[in-house]
Design a protein around this ligand. Structure first.
Ligand SMILES: [Zn+2]
Length: 282
């Protein structure tokens, strides 16, 4: 089934006096939401009992969990010590995900640095294949399509990462794709082209179960992603409404996570409403 939810906690959640993430799931259920991405972008500091409490509450309220691994993972690095650290971050993320029963661990592949794109990708791929083979729980890893041009993780590179193992479901961030391709997602047809390209690369089974990040993102032509905005900031693309007919046409059942700035739960609920309005023919 298709699911919608926020990346982390909305400002309104804290403004209503809540302090702990395990309190978020009842709140999300009341908003009609059924997914949540736990944020470990700045590191995995979670204790086992906290993670288990989060997992229990999420389950009790019908919310499917994913976990975002630390941002500073770089699989293409040339410094062995840093590479070991990156691998350690992935290991810790998987451990925390298992404690809370999360189904996906979203991982940024890394940066190109001063190297050629091709050489960086080759290094990252070698490390990634090794992780997929040897790390327990690696089937949870979901490589993310990235928004900055000098980051690994354009659409073709994500498809290549997915070739490392048939179980890998990628995270397709449409705001990122639109940013790194200078506003390419300007119509339903443009979205469909992406979905068809992905299905061609990884098959329809995995494409239908995609993990999706969605937000309006400001970008520059030279660098790509600059800043995340909210669904109300309509001067920034891409449009979620253009994705809806593609989801329906291809019978897709993704988990859709809003990464809006501050209003992620509200914007996830808004996307869910727009989707089901379209299903109902409104
Ligand atoms: Zn991310």
């Amino acid at each position: 089934m298709i699911r919608f939810g926020p990346a982390g906690n909305s400002e309104s959640f804290y403004n209503e006096g809540y302090k702990n993430t395990h309190e978020a799931f009842k709140w999300l259920e009341a908003m009609g939401l059924d997914a949540y991405e736990y944020q470990c972008g700045r590191g995995v500091f979670l204790k086992q009992d906290t993670a288990e409490k989060i997992g229990d509450e999420a389950k009790a309220h019908g919310v499917a969990l994913s976990l975002h691994a630390p941002y500073y993972i770089n699989l293409a690095g040339t410094d062995n010590e840093k590479l070991e650290k990156s691998i350690g971050h992935i290991e810790k993320s998987i451990e925390a995900a298992r404690w809370m029963g999360a189904r996906r661990v979203v991982v940024h592949p890394g940066g190109i640095g001063g190297d050629s794109r091709h050489a960086a990708m080759k290094r990252a791929m070698r490390v990634f294949v090794d992780i997929m083979k040897n790390m327990p729980g690696s089937g949870l890893i979901s490589p993310e399509l990235m928004g900055k041009i000098n980051q690994l993780g354009n659409l073709d590179e994500i498809i290549e990462f997915c070739s490392a193992d048939d179980s890998i479901i990628p995270t397709l961030d449409f705001g990122h794709l639109n940013s790194r391709e200078n506003g390419s997602l300007d119509s339903p047809e443009a979205y469909e082209k992406v979905i068809l390209r992905l299905a061609d690369g990884i098959g329809w089974d995995r494409t239908r179960r995609l993990h999706v990040h969605f937000s309006r993102i400001e970008y520059t032509a030279r660098g790509g992603e600059k800043r995340h905005w909210t669904m109300a900031d309509k001067q920034y693309g891409p449009e979620f409404d253009h994705l809806i007919p593609v989801l329906i046409k291809h019978r897709m059942e993704p988990v859709i996570i809003s990464e809006s700035s501050g209003t992620m739960a509200e914007d996830a609920a808004l996307m869910k409403r727009r989707y089901f309005d379209a299903i109902d023919g409104n």
